[in-house]
Structures are given as C-alpha cells and as structure tokens.
Write a protein that binds this ligand. Structure first.
Ligand SMILES: CC(C)=CCC/C(C)=C/CC/C(C)=C/CC/C(C)=C/COC[C@@H](COP(=O)(O)O)OC/C=C(\C)CC/C=C(\C)CC/C=C(\C)CCC=C(C)C
Ligand SMILES: Nc1ccn([C@@H]2O[C@H](COP(=O)(O)OP(=O)(O)OP(=O)(O)O)[C@@H](O)[C@H]2O)c(=O)n1
Ligand SMILES: [Mg+2]
Length: 180
C-alpha cells in the first residue's frame, strides 16, 4: 500500500520533476525579464531564460507522453495501475513546474535575494505547487481522480527529499553552481 502510493506519486509527478532538470541542462541565453528591474532589483534575474523554460516544458511533456506508452507494461509488472496523462494534464504539470520556479525567483528578488541564493522551503516546493495548480486548471477531472489526499500527502513529503538529493547530485557532478 505505502510502496504503491510512493511509486504512483513519483510516476504522477515525473512530468513535473523533469522540467527543472532540463532547464538546468539546456538553459541560458535571453532572460525572460529582458534585464528589466522593479524596485531597483531584477524582476526575475538571469537564471530564468526563455530557452530553459521552453526546454523544460517540452521535456516534461515528452516524458508524460513517453510514460503513456509504457504505462500498460509497467502497471502489469508492478501489479497495480499507474495513471496515464491526457495532453492537458502533461502540459499543465510541465508548464506549471516552470512557472512555479519562475514565481519563486520573483519572490526571491523582491525579498532581496540575489540569483542563486537559497530560499529553504520555497526552493523545494515552488515547482510542485505550480505543477499541481496548473494541472488542476487544465485537467480538473483527471487531477481529482489522480491526486487523492493520500497521494498529495506523499508528494508533498517526498518531493523536498528528492529535490535536495538531486540538487546535491547535480552540484557534485558540476551541473549546478549551488547544491540547492
Ligand atoms: C531528462 C532530463 C533532461 C534529465 C534527467 C536527468 C536525471 C536522471 C535526473 C533525475 C530525475 C528526477 C526524476 C529527479 C526527481 C527529483 C526532483 C524533485 C527534481 C527537481 O529538479 C531539481 C533540479 C533543479 O532544481 P531547481 O531549479 O529548483 O534549483 O535539479 C537539477 C538536476 C539536474 C541538473 C539534472 C541532472 C542531475 C543529476 C544527474 C543528478 C543525479 C541525481 C541523483 C544522484 C539523485 C536522483 C535521485 C532520484 C531518487 C531520482
Ligand atoms: N526557467 C529557467 C530555469 C532555470 N534555468 C537555468 O537553470 C539554472 C539553475 O536554475 P535555478 O536554480 O532555478 O536558478 P538560479 O540561477 O539559482 O536563479 P534563482 O535564484 O532565480 O532561482 C539557471 O541558472 C539557468 O541557467 C533557465 O535557464 N530557465
Ligand atoms: Mg538556484
């Protein structure tokens, strides 16, 4: 029961987990805020780029579509049914993850944090909140059928742990400048 809940939570959130990874790997170039400032500080900063956002959204959506293809096989191997992703749900999770991260940068700049500064708690959950909200807006019936209260609880507990482990791994491998 617990194992199937954890596996289902990871599976259902993969289209939201991959976008930030892809943005780190493929990002750079023109910043979304075009260098503009607000209250003397950058609106978002150089860490939020058009290329990273587009790459992240496309990667998350591609993962959702790929999971749909392997879902029957993986479900039968595991012995329980994993969710599939309608296009609107996959797109909502992927774009929402990117928008959540962008929203966090907006808040970081408004609270005087420079690019790359840590904001514990926000850093770990910004993309989750963005992904879940946009999936709810884009695919409400799918969202309520998939994200039961126990599943949402597992997602909210598990994701910060995965985020810390993934970021430390990316830092050690030289893919990120900070381990958060
Ligand atoms: C398909 C693409 C583009 C990349 C896949 C690379 C890969 C195997 C990544 C791990 C995937 C994964 C499902 C992680 C889940 C956890 C999670 C919550 C991810 C959120 O992403 C954080 C991201 C940036 O965050 P930020 O914008 O908020 O700062 O982290 C950076 C990640 C990368 C640069 C990707 C490459 C990272 C690695 C190769 C690190 C190695 C990872 C580990 C040793 C731990 C993975 C652990 C588990 C349990 C999956
Ligand atoms: N929408 C995005 C998100 C991330 N990135 C790339 O991924 C890196 C790491 O992402 P993140 O940690 O989210 O950004 P930071 O540089 O730490 O900036 P901030 O303080 O605003 O989070 C960024 O520097 C940038 O190169 C990007 O290009 N576009
Ligand atoms: Mg950062």
């Amino acid at each position: 029961m617990v194992v199937s809940l954890v596996v289902t939570a990871f599976w259902a959130m993969l289209p939201a987990y991959i976008p930030n990874n892809a943005a780190v790997l493929a990002g750079g170039g023109r910043p979304i805020d075009g260098g503009r400032t607000m209250d003397g500080r950058r609106i978002l900063g150089d860490g939020k780029t058009w290329r990273g956002t587009a790459a992240g959204t496309i990667a998350g959506l591609a993962v959702a579509l790929a999971l749909n293809v392997v879902q029957p096989t993986v479900s039968s191997l595991l012995g329980f049914s994993l969710p599939t992703f309608p296009l609107a749900a996959g797109f909502g999770l992927a774009l929402g993850a990117m928008l959540g991260d962008i929203g966090a940068s907006f808040l970081k700049r408004r609270t005087g944090r420079e690019r790359g500064a840590a904001f514990p708690g926000l850093d770990q959950l910004d993309f989750v909140v963005g992904a879940l909200v946009l999936a709810l807006v884009f695919a409400p019936a799918w969202f309520t059928a998939t994200f039961t209260l126990p599943l949402l609880t597992v997602v909210l507990v598990m994701t910060p742990v995965l985020h810390v482990v993934t970021n430390v791994g990316a830092y050690v491998l030289g893919l990120k400048n900070e381990p958060w």
